[in-house]
Write a protein that binds this ligand. Structure first.
Ligand SMILES: Cc1cc2nc3c(=O)[nH]c(=O)nc-3n(C[C@H](O)[C@H](O)[C@H](O)COP(=O)(O)OP(=O)(O)OC[C@H]3O[C@@H](n4cnc5c(N)ncnc54)[C@H](O)[C@@H]3O)c2cc1C
Length: 431
């Protein structure tokens, strides 16, 4: 049995500030459908929504609840581009292919704009995002990104800030400067996810919660998915299980789990801050992330809590570790109470490039967002839906990306992270 089966939501700030309660039934009888999506996170629901908008019959199965996974726990930052720099893509695939990938990453942000507007999703969607450098070497990286985005692709939303310009908006003096992007932004990820689920339900999508898929077999042209209580027979299947792919049997992941390295990330939420304290931290509504390998990311929530996250290898004393990281950036918050702390797995690939593709002509997957999933899940859903509807030319662009396998089972992966984290800390300090 999968270890998250029948789970309820974990205790997060997002769960306590959710604005919809969409409890859906377990799958209790055998059903057949055109498309079955496994996973009711942003990827699965985006795929379902795109297909339902085109009149397809869709069932979504989740082992836990809608938004139980990373989508309901994330930092909520919707960032343009990919984790791996666009120059890597130019080097590997040439200018035209890299340009097409860059444009799709911008479309991923537009998709959020469109959906929030079209379905009136109340998720505090706000534009403005800054990547910050803790030293001059890392600032040089930001200068190179700004130059490449502007000169290569004509992207005009970015602005380089030196320390003084940055401090006009941010109440911390630990950074040497930053790169502000007025097109990227942030949102309440669980409320966005629930908003997508509501839109899906209104278009006739059936969502079954607490219905873990335990096995997948192909019979003639149909794919048979077995849950703990019943089966779904589908013409097409989409795996949208994110980092949880590692927990699934091989009959479902067919080796795709080997490309994913789940990395734990943690977030704390302070008590609500009074307006002047909140403004003294961030006064322009932006979300923030530094460009270290082991990074900190943060933003203010709609009710003025500081939501502060960092990557880590262990959840031991997680709230204390996150609080220490937060005080390193904002020592003025020493007296502020922490109301919530939680974590979840981020689905990294070894080269941080997204991993979208097909196990068979009618079985699709999208994983490996590598910290850009808030935006890229919308794109993945659209591209997979296009492919199911008969046009796979954009999926083929992603299928050309070369994603290396991470060999070894869960223990080896854990060990790799334990060794990797001190190494990244060393690189962050000296390189
Ligand atoms: C703490 C944290 C902070 C993050 N911050 C950011 C950020 O600021 N910006 C950003 O872009 N990204 C961020 N991410 C990553 C981002 O949240 C994810 O990339 C994105 O939400 C992935 O969405 P998804 O739908 O693919 O996966 P998920 O939301 O994880 O959904 C997968 C779903 O599949 C279900 N499932 C799994 N296996 C089965 C099965 N066998 N049967 C049925 N259901 C199954 C799970 O229950 C789950 O609901 C963060 C992630 C974490 C954990």
């Amino acid at each position: 049995m999968l270890n998250f089966a029948h789970q309820e939501h974990i205790n997060t700030y997002y769960y306590h500030s959710r604005n919809l309660n969409l409890k859906q039934p377990h799958l209790a009888e055998n059903l057949s459908t055109e498309v079955c999506v496994i996973g009711a996170g942003l990827c699965g629901l985006s795929t379902a929504l795109e297909l339902a908008e085109q009149g397809k019959q869709v069932i979504v199965l989740d082992g836990a609840r809608i938004g139980y996974g990373a989508s309901g726990r994330s930092g909520g930052q919707a960032i343009n581009g990919f984790e791996d720099g666009i120059d890597e893509y130019i080097e590997q695939f040439g200018f035209e292919q890299a340009k097409s990938l860059w444009e799709m990453s911008l479309e991923a942000i537009d998709i959020i704009d469109e959906r929030v507007q079209k379905y009136q999703i109340q998720c505090d969607w706000k534009k403005g995002y800054a990547t910050l450098a803790l030293n001059h070497r890392r600032m040089d990286d930001l200068i190179a990104i700004e130059k490449a985005s502007r000169e290569t692709f004509g992207y005009s939303y970015m602005q380089l800030w030196d320390k003084t310009q940055l401090q006009q908006h941010l109440g911390s003096d630990i950074y040497v400067g930053g790169l502000f992007d007025s097109n990227s932004g942030h949102l309440h990820p669980l409320n966005y996810c629930l908003g997508l689920a509501k839109a899906c339900l209104e278009l006739g999508v059936q969502i079954f919660e607490q219905s873990p898929v335990l096995d997948m077999q192909t019979q003639y042209n149909q794919v048979i998915l077995t849950t703990d209580k019943a089966q779904v027979s589908a013409q097409h299947v989409v795996l949208a299980t994110n980092a949880y792919i590692a927990n699934l049997p091989k009959s479902i992941h067919h080796g795709t789990a080997r490309k994913i390295l789940p990395v734990e990330s943690f977030i704390i939420a302070t008590e609500p801050l009074d307006q002047s304290t909140a403004d003294s931290l961030i006064n322009n509504g932006m979300s923030v992330c530094d460009n270290n390998l082991l990074l900190d990311y943060y933003r203010l929530s709609a009710d003025n809590r500081l939501l502060f996250g960092s990557d880590s290898s262990s959840n031991k004393d997680m709230v204390q570790v996150m609080r220490k990281n937060m005080l390193n950036v904002f020592p003025q918050l020493e007296q502020i109470k922490i109301d919530y702390g939680w974590g979840g797995p981020i689905d990294m690939t070894l080269n941080s490039q997204p991993y979208f593709g097909r196990i068979a002509s009618n079985i699709y997957f999208a994983h490996g967002y590598s910290g850009h999933g808030i935006a890229l899940t919308g794109l993945a859903g659209r591209i997979i839906a296009e492919s199911i509807l008969g046009d796979d030319h954009r999926l083929q662009v992603f299928e050309k990306l070369k994603i290396s396998s991470v060999y070894g089972g869960k223990l080896i992966k854990k060990l790799a992270l334990k060794i990797g984290i001190p190494y990244y800390k060393f690189l962050d300090k000296y390189f």
